[in-house]
Design a protein around this ligand. Structure first.
Ligand code: LMR
Length: 391
């Protein structure tokens, strides 16, 4: 039986990690997979996480099973930061812990499918794994262009897709720091989206994977809070990979918002059954560390300060790129107006390959760069490499 399987290409983004590690050039530049780096190019464990882990070692008295919902202290502790005052307090919302943001997206889409969703509207380009999960779940993707050539969101494309959609459709939107374009909806644009969605049968799914790395913790939550405040139903996938630096510990959360408390209980019972059949229960350690941070005001402030310094560094790199005049005709100016870790450069697959071969610059084949991979020490080398291949 197993002999019938066709060879699959490795995941293009994750394959970059191995290619970069195997490159022996000392001045190589990693702009591939979405991992935050400090000004020294490191990805250290957050100080707040270290503090929480020390506390956990001292106080955790059992590693016995928790259940498919995971650590509910973690799930509930995130709510004020993600949803603020928009969190429905009447039993319309409940959450579960998931293995990373991927687990949350997977669970949200599996639940949507079980509830009768057949098609998912999605702005493209998007995070490549979104399409892979849809394909694996045999959900049809209805694509529209996410961004315009001028680097702003394509509201007409979204409006047209929603106008053609109806019962049995969901729409997947990035809460902030759009991956891969960095093009986020403004607050006015979110208001316009919500005005359509609140009276539409289309089910919103908001993927929030980079809260705090755009304009601020509160600002980055504008869209998800607007949707939750005004739409009768919504699904939210949340990742702590980036804003707690917990990548390999796989820490995420899934929230469902329904019309009433009974519907929420039923939705969670279905999500629990799906989780049980997929991964039984999520890994505990990272979620427990986040819970310890969120229960302790001193650690919470330390965490928020760390996120702020990440955000400020990303913004500084963006500003420097936007001001570069010598990028071989590649206009980097829009990067200064966009947000988060990612930006798309208008380069061909051949130019991406040439940047890798000739200059040791690693980026996704789509032309996506991880802005956080740039430092004051390598930014000029990157711009000059870009000028070499694109000029
Ligand atoms: C990325 O887009 O690079 C990150 O979200 C990491 C991943 O899992 O793809």
């Amino acid at each position: 039986m197993l002999n019938r399987l066709d060879q699959q290409a490795p995941d293009a983004l994750l394959a970059l990690i191995k290619l970069y590690n195997a490159d022996e050039r000392p001045d190589k530049i990693d702009l591939g997979v979405g991992v935050y780096r400090t000004a020294d190019g490191a990805t250290p464990v957050f100080k707040a996480i270290k503090g929480a882990e020390r506390k956990l070692v001292e106080t955790q008295d059992s590693k016995s099973y928790l259940g498919p919902e995971g650590d509910m202290g973690f799930v509930r502790g995130l709510i004020p930061h993600v949803f603020g005052d928009a969190a429905p307090g009447d039993g319309r919302m409940e959450g579960m812990q998931t293995p990373g943001g991927t687990g949350a997206v997977r669970l949200a889409l599996s639940l949507a499918k079980k509830a009768g969703v057949k098609r998912v509207l999605m702005g493209v380009p998007s995070w490549p794994n979104h399409a892979q999960i849809l394909d694996d779940l045999e959900l049809e993707m209805v694509a529209f262009d996410h961004a315009n050539a001028d680097g702003a969101a394509n509201m007409d494309g979204l409006r047209a897709a929603l106008a053609d959609a109806g019962e049995g459709d969901a729409v997947l939107l990035h809460g902030c720091c759009h991956n891969p374009t960095g093009v986020d909806y403004t607050a006015d644009e979110w208001d316009a989206i919500v005005a359509i969605l609140k009276d539409s049968p289309v089910l919103p799914l908001i993927d929030v994977a980079y809260q705090g790395l755009g304009a601020g913790m509160e600002e980055d939550a504008y869209g998800v809070r607007a949707v939750v405040s005004h739409c009768p139903e919504a699904l939210v996938a949340y990742s702590c990979d980036k804003n707690f630096g917990l990548y390999r510990d796989r820490v995420g959360a899934f929230y469902v918002i329904t019309t009433d408390a009974d519907a929420t209980v039923r939705a969670i019972s279905n999500a629990s059954a799906l989780a049980r059949a997929n991964w039984s229960m999520p890994p505990d350690h990272g979620g427990a560390a986040v819970r310890v941070i969120l229960e302790d005001p001193v650690l919470t402030q330390q965490w928020l300060d760390e996120v702020q310094s990440m955000r400020e560094r990303i913004a500084a790199v963006r500003a420097k790129l936007a001001a570069s005049s010598n990028a071989g005709g590649v206009n980097l100016e829009p990067l200064g107006r966009q947000q988060g870790m990612f930006a798309m450069l208008p380069v061909s697959k051949e130019q991406v390959q040439q940047l890798r071969d000739d200059h040791g610059v690693y980026m996704a084949g789509s032309g996506r760069i991880n802005v956080a991979g740039l430092t004051l020490g390598n930014i000029d080398a990157f711009v000059s490499a870009l000028s070499d291949v694109a000029g």
